[in-house]
Design a protein. Structure first.
Length: 435
């Protein structure tokens, strides 16, 4: 049971966990969950104020003997640990995945039970609950919910579509946009013996409901071009006035919440363009997915023959980028065969990733992923653009002098999609031999 209480990102390596209330970061997490090797610890860290993920938490792994630091994922930990012991990592990794799968299944059962307890049903269960509620109370309508004691109704004018959105807010601040969601929740509470108060709440509101009074909310939102909200029962019984926010009021509140975020982002991207890149890209199937060593060999042979048929020299330089941790967001986009382009970039060879698509008739094409030299920072980079100021997906260590990318010093660092870079000890670039 204790294992289920450990931070979820010890089992996986996504980097967007929320901080634990009252915790101080960085902090050690030890021992590691079941399935992870002994002799390691995890350190939870918080993104800095200049990161797009500022205030969120990520996890890195460290060998207790100091031999390995800043390791990104459990798979890399297991691979390194088995290499040091001279054992096969694949059975250990398979057992670890089994443990994670079982844990995920237990957590899914808990989440499903929790959703059902909160009335968040799906499919036939949801429809049955709504029908049962209708049989007893009839369907809920806006004027009735508007009159729920202690509830707030908010009308928001949306200038882009000239429509008014209506939200119903319970005394605890939970917002409902769909009345069917509310009907499902109420019936679930009744079925679970927690809805004794609902009979009076609904019947009193039905007695007070007035369509004309309810429609005034929409009119006021349109007139002001902003937001109108009111506590319905008070508005009907006591003539209470609601609160009005104009578009200018809303803009001022939004600017206040955003604070200096815009200034931080401007400084953050002043020397490097923002990366806009999907994690999947064009699906690669069969040998093109490079799922095995044999697939890699077949891909190299196929692409070389294809390029030769298109007029390239028979010894056209091909590189294989592999070994990227599967947990990395851009692992699929990085992994692949790259060919040397005809022109130099920054005085050095430049390479572009090749693609093969069965869904498009077995055609060969190029991805917008490049391996290129950055002379200003003295490192090789994987980028999505060849301009001087460009987004970077991955980069080598800083080099003392320029040399072949296949000889570039590591470890390479890979971006997580939020502008932060982390070491990936498995990433390697190798020259593909000729046929």
């Amino acid at each position: 049971a204790a294992q289920d209480c450990l931070p979820w990102h010890l089992f996986r390596s996504p980097m967007d966990a929320l901080p634990e209330a009252g915790a101080a970061y960085p902090r050690d997490v030890f021992p590691l969950p079941e399935g992870m090797p002994a002799g390691w610890k995890a350190v939870e860290k918080m993104y800095g104020p200049t990161s797009k993920s500022a205030g969120r938490v990520y996890c890195r792994y460290y060998a207790l003997d100091g031999t390995h630091k800043h390791i990104c994922s459990p798979k890399q930990v297991i691979t390194l640990d088995c290499a040091a012991k001279g054992t096969d990592w694949e059975p250990v990794w398979a057992e670890y995945q089994r443990i994670v799968k079982e844990r995920d299944a237990r957590q899914m059962e808990i989440r499903v039970a929790d959703r059902e307890a909160r009335g968040q049903l799906a499919g036939e269960q949801r429809e049955a609950a709504i029908k049962k509620f209708h049989d007893r109370f009839g369907g809920l309508v806006g004027p009735v919910v508007f009159c729920f004691a202690g509830w707030t109704t908010r009308w928001t004018y949306q200038p882009n579509c000239s429509q008014v959105r209506v939200e119903y807010i319970d005394p605890h601040g939970q917002i409902f946009l769909l009345l069917k969601d509310l009907e499902c929740l109420f019936q679930t509470q009744l079925d679970n013996g927690k809805g004794d108060h609902l009979e009076k709440l609904i019947r009193d509101a039905q007695a007070l409901a007035d369509s004309e009074v309810f429609s005034q909310g929409s009119r006021k939102a349109r007139e002001t071009g902003g937001v109108y909200e009111a506590v319905g029962a008070e508005a009907v019984a006591d003539g209470g006035e609601g609160r009005v926010l104009t578009q200018e009021d809303r803009a001022a509140l939004a600017a206040k919440r955003q604070g200096n975020r815009g200034g931080r982002e401007k400084g953050r991207h002043s020397k490097r363009a923002r990366l806009v890149l999907g994690a999947e890209g064009l699906e690669q199937t069969g040998w093109a997915s490079l799922g095995s060593t044999d697939d890699e060999k077949q891909a190299i042979v196929y692409f070389r023959r294809f390029l030769r048929e298109r007029g390239f020299k028979s010894d056209v330089e091909l590189l294989l980028l592999n070994g990227v941790a599967a947990e990395q967001k851009y692992a699929r986009r990085l992994r692949g065969v790259y060919y040397r382009m005809g022109e130099l970039v920054a005085g050095q060879p430049c390479y572009q990733k090749l693609l093969h698509s069965q869904k498009r008739g077995g055609k060969v094409g190029c991805d917008s992923i490049y391996l290129t030299w950055n002379g200003g920072q003295m490192k090789w980079e994987v980028t999505t653009d060849l301009r001087e100021t460009r987004p970077v997906v991955a980069c080598s260590a800083v080099l003392g002098e320029v040399g072949p990318v296949s000889k570039a010093a590591g470890p390479w660092k890979v971006q997580d999609g939020n502008g932060d870079f982390f070491e990936d000890v498995g990433l390697a670039i190798v020259e593909a031999g000729t046929e």
